[in-house]
Each structure stands twice: as C-alpha cells, then as structure tokens.
Design a protein around this ligand. Structure first.
Ligand SMILES: [Fe+2]
Ligand SMILES: [Fe+2]
Length: 197
C-alpha cells in the first residue's frame, strides 16, 4: 500500500499531545528520530515495510509516562496509532497488525523472524548507545542489524536512509519548532510515497 500521508503533520500531532517527557528524555523525540533513521537504513537490506517501520519509530515510545520500565507503554503507543489511523495516516489491515504487534512487544527483548517486526526492534535497539551501552548482536533479529551491532555504530551506513530522510546524520537535531510546521518540511524526503511496500 502506498503511504500517501503527511509525516510531518503526523509527527507534529503526536509530539503535541500532553505528555510527561522531559525535553531531553532518552526515550523522547530525538530517540524516535534516530529509530526512524535506523529503520530506513535497515529496511534497504531486510526487506521491511518502510511505512510500518517509520510509523513504529514514532509510536513505540510515544505514550511513555516515565523513563524507567514503564510496563505497558508499547501497547499504549500501539493504541494511539489505532486512534490516529484513518485520520492522520492510513495503512492496510496487514500493515497495521504488524505495527501494533511491533509496538506492543518491543520492550520484551524478543526476536522476530518477520523482517518488518525484526527491523522495528533492531532499529530501536541500535540506538542503545544513547544510554552509554554498545549495541549487542545477540539482541538483533536481522542479519543487517547484527552486522551493524558488531561494528558498534550505524554511522557508516547512514546514507542508505537518504531516499526517505534528507540528512540522516542530523535527522535527530534538525526538528524545528512545532509552532512553525512549515519549517519541519526540511526533515523528510517523500519518495517512499511511491515505493512503499
Ligand atoms: Fe520502549
Ligand atoms: Fe525506543
């Protein structure tokens, strides 16, 4: 299914919801943006559904109420996606089931053979460096995720994300003020509107 929706409007809406996040929460906006970037890199080789992995990046930690274990935050994020589906974005039932599952179970440390779910979880776990911990290939579901984890950083592969993200190296730092949505248009490329699977 093509993804003919406005990513920036969707991100702005989710970020604008009431929340308990600190400005620099390790599970907040910058983390979501790095997960999105990582997912776009991974998807080039894993065969993941690019729309689903990008939506996962936005929703998976969106309903956290603290930066600790926060049991159930993945399912709350999945349910937020359900609320916004049909108004701010649309995906097929099959895509939504993948998104809901990936969000709901992303915290349990499981692996998954489905390339889209595995890519979601690897993209999240490859951002563990923000907590001062190196990524561990033992926690990766995809071969590409394991390769990146063994290398220790995703930086050499960032350009792979360019079909979807204009400046992968700075994707997490160029978010503009929500008060100026037009400025946010610099964040995302949009060719995946034609090539999503
Ligand atoms: Fe999480
Ligand atoms: Fe996360």
């Amino acid at each position: 299914m093509s993804c003919d929706f406005d990513y920036d409007k969707l991100w702005g809406t989710v970020l604008g919801l009431p929340h308990n996040r600190e400005e620099y929460s390790i599970h907040g906006r910058d983390h979501w943006l790095r997960v999105e970037r990582n997912a776009c890199v991974l998807a080039t080789r894993t065969g993941a559904n690019i729309t689903v992995v990008r939506l996962f990046a936005l929703f998976h930690d969106s309903r956290r109420i603290n930066d600790w274990t926060d049991t159930g935050h993945g399912e709350r994020g999945a349910e937020l996606a359900r609320e916004l589906r049909g108004t701010l974005f649309e995906v097929s039932d099959e895509e939504f089931d993948l998104l809901h599952y990936a969000c709901t179970w992303h915290t349990e440390g499981h692996h998954h053979d489905d390339p889209t779910i595995g890519t979601c979880w690897d993209a999240d776990r490859l951002d563990i460096g923000r907590a001062g911990v190196s990524p561990d290939e033992a926690f990766m579901s995809t071969d590409f995720g394991a390769e990146i984890a063994r290398h220790g950083t995703i930086l050499p592969w960032l350009d792979l994300a360019k079909p979807h993200i204009l400046d992968p190296a700075n994707h997490h730092v160029i978010w503009r003020s929500l008060a100026n949505p037009a400025a946010n248009k610099t964040r995302h490329s949009s060719p995946d509107r034609a090539e999503s699977k």
